[in-house]
Design a protein around this ligand. Structure first.
Ligand SMILES: Nc1nc2c(ncn2[C@@H]2O[C@H](COP(=O)(O)OP(=O)(O)OP(=O)(O)O)[C@@H](O)[C@H]2O)c(=O)[nH]1
Length: 677
């Protein structure tokens, strides 16, 4: 039996980093030193424990949000893998929601690079307390203070140096702990598993003293008690200092900075100690709030075992044909074998197993306490974003997001044997990813994949090929449009025919009128019972709604149209549901064609982060793409340009932004709404 952890001993953290800063290597070392992973899988050997998807290894990006639990001293650290690419911002944001703190890993040579700027800003948006680890101190050109400077400049962070590097590049041997005022030097023979704590060498005493003074001064500025003691020159003990650093970190006032070299096995153990010391436990952060779906009231879900259950599914994976849902428990306990209520689905689901995910094994546990992040087997219909709770205390933790797949791509199996595999693999992907849609094109019979962006679909295709050995031919990515009408149009259709020896009759008169953008479609009946018997109205409504799925121009779904059933007739013995369905569909198609139909573009909400000097060029480029600038504001040292732009004009934008900003600009892009471009 696993030792039970008190909630104060849990740390849920994410590691945020620019591609190549060493996130995987740091994570690997953490798993190694915490004793759960027995072999260090170097990234370049393709054996890293976290990066188990082939695609990630080849592309060098991390796209899963799996969680890995490890034990450090008497605490439990749960590492949530945060993906870093813009096309996956929904995944990034979802993982930022379930973690309580983050460690930013920076390369001591490259410093703060654009991609980490974006994720850092997102973490700021979610008020996530952070620490920084300046990695690769062994590399030529490693510059600890330069990187700290960039944290101020580019992230507008308030770094708090709590360690100094000893030596640099080849001679980097360890760190000076400015709180304990000791030197830590790593042994090289045992992969850095052991280290020695010594007095600070004479030649570094002055520098260490100076930085300790700065440390106390900076922390004192955030803490009145400490400031008083500092000003009256009272001695400040380590515990008081640690306590004040912890408060300032959790209060988002300071970012403790440490350093090391993950590859050379230096700096990881103090980093783990600092995660426990300075980053919050679930009990240190304000309780999450949800909505009671029945009353609409706000419900607080404190991290307490005796509160009603509230848990969030933040990722679903199909592993070996089984659905594994990753869940964060906020309130109450999740018990294996128990029924839970899925608020989003409005029904009960059975939990068959709860698994604690370690790097190299899954451990079955009977129950999960508040603050736990675990894998759950048995939830059949639940998807990412759903809330689990108890039926007598319903709560919805996350607003249902409305995903609009905006890019589609036709795919077909390469060979006959790929056909069946393709269907199975797509089914698996859809179970994992609520943003992926698959349908068959009625005219061509091709399978059409739709998703959130170009890269999203590209990754799906390459996973099909590499992980599942399923060959597919793919078409060009296409924008998914919507259709609507510009003016009111009326149509009457009569179905009057003999089918299978029976005479069928139905007459329907329909008026379609344009509605405001974003209203959706609606249906209303104005007919009397004599014109059309009420029993047939639901069938007519269903048929009209179905017909609106396919517009008159290209066949994209029709939106923002009001359909009014204005007339019709019946014949007592001949009118049937089928006849009304057919006539309603005919009338709808005719009215759509007569209402001056036009296409609506997916309009994207674009957020671009750039240094001041490039703002003019970026605005010019966005405007030439038909984009509209909504706001420009300074945020933590960079300019944030918020704009909307039609997706069709945003293909290849990342390349163009990179070249316009010497690689400094980054952006995120989300679907906003459909409109005329
Ligand atoms: N010299 C040196 N190289 C390092 C260090 N840490 C990581 N590396 C190397 O840097 C490269 C990138 O490291 P990763 O751990 O894959 O970086 P990452 O941030 O996970 O990168 P992605 O998976 O591409 O996002 C690898 O070749 C590592 O071996 C370090 O401390 N010193």
């Amino acid at each position: 039996m696993k030792k039970k952890n008190s909630i104060r001993k849990i740390r849920n953290i994410g590691i945020i980093a620019h591609i190549d800063a060493g996130k995987t290597t740091v994570t690997e070392r953490v798993l190694y030193y915490t004793g759960r992973s027995h072999k260090i899988g170097e990234v370049h050997d393709g054996e890293a424990v976290m990066d188990w998807m082939t695609d990630e290894q080849e592309r060098g990006i991390t796209i899963t949000s799996a969680v890995t639990t490890c034990q450090w001293k008497d605490s439990q650290i749960q590492i949530i893998d945060t993906p870093g690419h813009v096309d996956f911002t929904i995944e990034v944001e979802r993982s930022l929601r379930v973690l309580d703190g983050a460690v930013g890993v920076f390369c001591a040579v490259g410093g703060v690079e654009p991609q980490s700027e974006t994720v850092w800003h997102q973490a700021d948006k979610y008020s996530v307390p952070k620490m920084a680890f300046i990695n690769k101190m062994d590399r030529i050109g490693a510059d600890f203070f330069g990187t700290v400077g960039m944290m101020k400049e580019r992230l507008n962070a308030s770094p708090l140096i709590i360690q100094l590097p000893v030596g640099a590049e080849d001679s980097f041997s360890g760190v000076i702990d400015l709180i304990a005022m000791k030197q830590i030097v790593w042994n090289t023979e045992d992969m850095g598993a052991t280290f020695e704590t010594t007095d600070i060498p004479a030649d570094l005493i002055a520098e260490a003293g100076e930085y300790r003074e700065k440390l106390i001064e900076t922390v004192a500025e955030t803490d009145d008690d400490l400031m008083e003691r500092y000003l009256s020159e009272e001695p400040i003990d380590d515990d008081a200092l640690i306590d004040a650093v912890r408060k300032a970190t959790i209060g988002l006032k300071l970012v403790p900075v440490m350093c090391g070299s993950a590859l050379r096995n230096k700096g990881i153990q103090p980093l783990l100690d600092a995660v426990i010391r300075y980053l919050p436990s679930p009990a240190d952060i304000p309780p999450i709030r949800g909505i009671n779906p029945i009353t609409g009231e706000t419900v607080e879900c404190p991290h307490r075992e005796n509160s009603p259950l509230a848990a969030l599914i933040f990722k679903v994976s199909m592993i070996e044909g089984r659905k594994l849902s990753f869940v964060r428990v906020y309130s109450g306990r999740l018990r294996s074998g128990a029924d839970v209520f899925n608020t989003s689905l409005g029904k009960k689901e059975k939990l068959s197993r709860i698994l604690r995910m370690h790097a190299n094994k899954r451990e079955r546990i009977d129950e999960a306490e508040p603050g736990s992040i675990i894998g759950v087997v048995g939830l059949k219909d639940s998807v990412t974003g759903d809330t689990l709770c108890s039926a007598d205390h319903p709560v919805m933790l996350e607003k249902m997001e409305f995903y609009e797949p905006v890019i589609s791509m036709a795919i077909e199996p390469k060979t006959h044997s790929d056909q069946d595999k393709m269907e199975q693999v797509l089914e698996k992907f859809m179970a994992e990813d609520p943003t992926l849609k698959v349908r068959e094109d009625e005219d061509t019979g091709q399978t059409i994949l739709s998703g959130m962006g170009e890269l999203h679909l590209e990754i799906i295709i390459s996973r099909m090929q590499r992980e599942f050995n399923t060959g597919v031919n793919v078409g060009k990515p296409q924008v998914v449009y919507r259709e609507t009408i510009a003016e009111t149009a009326r149509a009457t259709a009569v179905f009057d025919r003999e089918i299978g020896g029976q005479h069928l009759f139905g007459e329907v008169a329909l008026t379609l009128s344009p509605l405001g953008r974003g209203t959706g479609n609606s249906f209303r009946s104005e007919v009397t019972d004599e014109m059309i018997p009420p029993a047939f109205i639901p069938a007519i409504e269903a048929s009209v709604m179905e017909s609106l799925e396919s517009g008159a121009i290209i066949g994209y779904p029709v939106v923002d149209v009001e359909a009014v059933l204005t007339g019709g007739s019946c014949k007592e013995t001949q009118s049937t549901e089928l006849a009304y369905r057919i006539s309603a569909s005919m009338a709808c198609k005719e009215a759509l064609a007569g209402g001056s139909p036009f296409l609506l573009d997916p309009i994207m909400k674009v957020e671009i982060f750039v240094p001041e000097a490039f703002v003019g060029d970026v605005i010019g480029d966005i405007s030439s793409r038909g984009g509209k600038i909504e706001a420009i504001e300074a945020q933590r040292g960079v300019q944030v340009i918020r704009a909307t732009a039609p997706l069709a004009k945003m293909f290849g934008y990342s390349t163009s932004l990179r070249s316009a900003t010497q690689g400094r600009g980054t952006f995120t892009m989300h679907f906003s709404h459909f409109d005329r471009s």
